[in-house]
Design a protein around this ligand. Structure first.
Ligand code: 0A1
Ligand code: ZN
Length: 881
């Protein structure tokens, strides 16, 4: 536990390590009451370091006992070193030496889930970012890369499977019913990629032939009860391996690739070399237990972790300020993969929705930071949407500016130049520049400046000259520690539509005969005016096509223009976006007036969407989703959450009533028969059908109720079962909803991933999931305070999705969250720091709510022994008043 004020770490203070580690030899003796870790490090002075300090400092954290220290095989006296709880300092070491350290740790009591811990009776590790220091003393920084050899010893009956990184080179039996396996990883790696697993696990095997003809042994390890939930992840893995060969020319490098599923995990998954460890909810799936969304999420996370083998493992980060080097690039890679194997437009819509709803909010809040931060207190607080999603957008913009061929040349150069190294985001950009010949110096500001750029677009049409002028101004709001920002280099994709919806040529010069109908304008100044020639009518502009940059666009669209774009834009993304803008406009106009009417244009636009079966149904399914409350709140200044909620509900109810017949027809038209498949088409049809059902139940339609109960009882897959359950839970049909919830629990109570969904559907329901319900769920025997997924599915979903309840007038939602954060801070600070995040935007809300949120935050701040994780978030959020 923390005793002093947490220190801030600065990028500008980076120094190369004074000592390097060439080889790490580990021996783990695993027992029920703890584990003994024997660690031998082959170390030498770093020739690139100018430090002449004779002492050596190693990192440690929560290590129960330091049993011994030896240098070149000789035990050291206690006076030769100093052992403070987070540092081991050897007063004097030679230039080259072997350091032996034996520690005793208690994985069974490790509730932080960092380092070595136990989950459902198995041992597993999580070492990113700084978990390895919870296992042994070590120079725990990513630019120290070593070869690891790991021997794991444990009871053979309890832990028949013993895994670590690389290849298994030796195994055998020991006395007292114990056994061992030794693993050797030939690739030097930072310690954050170390992994160990020991348990009674079922093994699923497959193989993959690489492009050079090598056979890779693919293995999944799961608890025996999950035997039937591995196929999807295994298939996804093989698709990802093939895709990375085809699109990036990257081949897998070890002979074995392993995936392990664990129930207790702080994040989604982890890319440990050759031994990826997954949160069960991000890898296990069967038709009966996982929704389409879960299937898609699993495919993309499996791909993400696999892709890290090159973008992250073979080429890693020099320091944690460079986190987006591996995360932004890898998210970009997994997004392109998902787009390629699914629907590219839908994937783009999903990514943009997440960005505009949550990352823009982060960029506008107290924790705003650049894609390459300048400082941090606790690095795990920086596994953010900015690092991941905005980082991916930044790589995507390089892709747009260079085009696919030069981008590929750049990535080839990057991997070749830096293989086996720990590098920076700047090295990445330089490889792109060197391969393409383009100057990206201004583009680098995307890594350095935080905040979401705002583009204000104005236009005028010169009838006589046939010239259309587009003026685009950019500005970037101030963010904590950053003001007066410079203009950034923004790729701004556009198109023009004529009166019939046709695409018009974009002539930047009067004599441009083959002008394209799509262009990427490159914005580099605070203001640009572009002149387009040869137009006989004023076009309707389609701006920021495909969401070509993570920016906000302001243009005075009329509702007519939006309706027009919604049905005619050749850019699928902008078609969707026009619908969202129209819906936002309609909902917002009702926020302040309780008696206004819902615009008939919106109803008609949705009517034609529902009727047109010639349209891409995946896009229609997305277009039918109204903007979320979270997005409406993000767009508003001093949002009144209950009023936004009521306005959105009114629009939904009005649409459902006006379109009842169309919804019923849509429901029936999209009933699928035959095999369950997760193709884009089948997913779209289930989504449409479930949206229609949800809308019908929203207005307590009798026929909808009958359809929902029979769908719930007859569904052969979780998407439809959950779709029906969600519709019932959000309806006024209390009897049916209680019955369905009880039946569902009864059927799935032994499956934690399904129980998590059961929790979430209740706690997220604005109709039935108030604070009382959340308390009730937390009392439920299936709720487990030590399991991050359960905390997320009850408390996280309440605060993040059940917005009218969380922002209830009396402030009880805020106080509740603060209490949970205080409690969780003692057992799992990482999760506590994530959970507190909804309170940190207190300045955005209307004064009364803002004050209540702030006072809840203060009660968190005042907890004694607050972790560094929560300290950083709360103090930054309360700073500057
Ligand atoms: N590198 C992983 C995410 C991850 C990060 C931190 C963790 O523990 C603090 C665990 C996982 C990824 O990008 O998938
Ligand atoms: Zn990642």
């Amino acid at each position: 536990m923390r005793t002093s004020q947490p220190q801030t770490i600065f990028l500008k203070d980076y120094r190369v390590p004074a000592f390097l580690v060439d080889h790490v030899d580990l021996r783990f003796e695993l027992f029920e009451d703890g584990a003994r870790v024997h660690c031998t490090l082959a170390m030498r002075r770093n020739p690139d370091s100018d430090s002449s300090d004779k002492s050596l400092e190693l990192d440690g954290d929560s290590l129960t006992t330091l049993e011994s220290v030896s240098l070149d095989g000789k035990p050291l006296e206690g006076s030769a070193y100093e052992d403070r709880d987070d540092k081991l300092t050897l007063h004097e070491v030679p230039d080259q030496f072997n350091l032996g350290i034996v520690t005793w740790i208690e994985p069974q009591n490790n509730t932080r889930l960092e380092g070595l811990y136990k989950s459902s009776g198995m041992f597993c590790t999580q070492c990113e970012a700084e978990g390895f220091r919870c296992i042994t003393y070590f120079p725990d920084r990513p630019d120290v890369m070593a070869r690891f050899r790991t021997r794991v010893e444990a009871d053979k009956t309890r832990y028949p499977i013993l895994l670590s990184n690389g290849n298994d080179v030796e195994k055998g039996d020991l006395a007292d019913g114990r056994h061992f396996v030794t693993w050797e990883d030939p690739f030097p790696k930072p310690c954050y990629l170390f992994a160990l697993v020991a348990g009674d696990l079922l093994e699923k095997r497959d193989t993959f032939k690489t492009m050079s003809g090598r056979d890779i042994d693919l293995r999944m390890y799961v608890e025996p009860r999950n035997a039937e939930k591995c196929d999807h992840a295994m298939d996804s893995l093989k698709r990802a391996m093939r895709w990375d060969e085809e699109v990036y020319g990257r081949e897998y490098d070890l002979d074995i690739f392993m995936i392990v599923a664990v129930d207790d995990f702080n994040m989604g998954a982890m890319e440990n070399k050759g031994l990826n460890i997954f949160n069960s909810s991000c890898v296990l799936a069967s038709q009966e237990t996982a929704t389409d969304m879960a299937f898609q999420r699993i495919e993309s996370i499996v791909a993400h972790e696999y892709f890290h083998n090159w973008s992250g493992n073979r080429v890693t980060c020099r320091d944690w300020f460079q986190l987006s080097l591996k995360e932004g690039f890898t998210v970009f890679r997994d997004s392109c993969f998902s787009a390629d194997v699914g629907s590219p437009t839908v994937k783009r819509i999903e990514d943009a929705t997440m960005l505009r709803t949550a990352q823009f909010a982060e960029d506008a809040g107290p924790m705003a930071h650049p894609v390459r931060p300048e400082s941090y207190m606790e690095i795990t607080n920086f596994y953010t949407l900015t690092i991941y999603e905005k980082g991916s957008e930044v790589v995507g913009m390089i892709h747009t500016l260079l085009g696919p061929d030069l981008f590929r040349k750049g990535s080839d150069l990057y991997f070749e130049r830096h293989d086996g190294q720990a590098v920076t985001t700047d090295d990445f950009v330089r490889a792109m520049e060197d391969a393409s010949g383009r100057d990206l110096s201004q583009f680098r500001l995307w890594y350095e400046q935080s905040g979401t750029p705002e583009l204000t677009v104005r236009d005028e049409f010169d009838d006589a000259a046939g010239i259309y002028r587009l003026t685009i101004k950019q500005s970037i709001p101030d963010t904590p520690g950053q003001t007066d920002k410079k203009p950034q280099h923004i790729p701004f994709a556009i198109g023009f539509l004529g009166a019939e919806g046709e695409s018009l040529p974009l002539k930047l010069a009067a004599d441009d005969a083959d002008a394209p109908t799509d262009r990427v304008l490159e914005l580099t100044d605070a203001s640009h005016t572009f002149e387009f020639h040869g137009l006989s009518e004023r076009p309707v502009p389609s701006l920021l096509r495909g969401f070509s940059a993570p920016v906000r666009v302001f243009y005075p669209w009329t509702r007519e223009q939006l309706t027009f774009l919604m049905s005619h834009d050749s850019d699928g993304f902008n078609r969707w976006d026009a619908g969202q803008r129209l819906a936002v406009d309609v909902i917002n106009s009702l926020v302040s007036s309780t008696d206004g009417n819902v615009d008939a244009g919106l109803v008609e636009a949705y009517r034609s969407l529902l009727a047109d079966s010639s349209l891409d149904q995946a896009l229609v399914a997305k277009m039918l989703q109204l903007p979320s409350e979270a997005y409406l709140i993000e767009l508003a200044d001093q949002p009144n959450v209950p009023a936004i909620h009521r306005a959105r509900e009114r629009v939904l109810a009005h649409l459902a009533r006006s379109l009842r017949d169309e919804l019923l027809a849509c429901y029936h038209r999209n009933t699928l028969r035959g095999h369950y498949e997760v193709t884009p088409e089948a997913v779209a049809r289930r989504s449409l059908r479930n949206t229609a059902l949800a809308w019908l139940l929203h207005i307590d339609d009798e026929e909808g109720r009958t359809l929902a109960t029979s769908q719930f009882n007859e569904a052969d897959n979780m998407t439809d079962r959950m779709g029906a359950l969600r519709a019932l839970v959000n309806s006024g049909y209390e009897k049916e909803q209680e019955q369905a919830l009880a039946d569902f629990y009864q059927q799935w109570k032994d499956d934690p991933q399904v129980v998590e969904q059961w929790f979430a559907v209740q706690s997220g329901s604005t109709r039935t999931g108030g604070l009382r319900k959340v308390h009730e769920l937390m009392e439920h025997p299936a709720f487990d305070w030590k399991n991050p997924n359960k905390i997320r599915s009850v408390i996280g979903v309440f605060a993040g999705q059940n917005l009218p309840a969380f922002h209830a007038e009396d402030g009880a939602g805020y106080q509740f969250l603060a209490e949970q954060v205080r409690k969780l801070d003692d057992s799992n600070p990482q999760i506590a720091a994530r959970l507190v995040s909804p309170l940190t935007r207190w300045r955005k809300f209307a004064p009364v709510h803002g004050e209540q949120m702030k006072s809840a935050l203060e009660t968190v701040r005042d907890k004694s022994g607050l972790s560094r994780d929560v300290y950083e978030v709360v103090h930054k959020s309360l700073a500057g008043q």
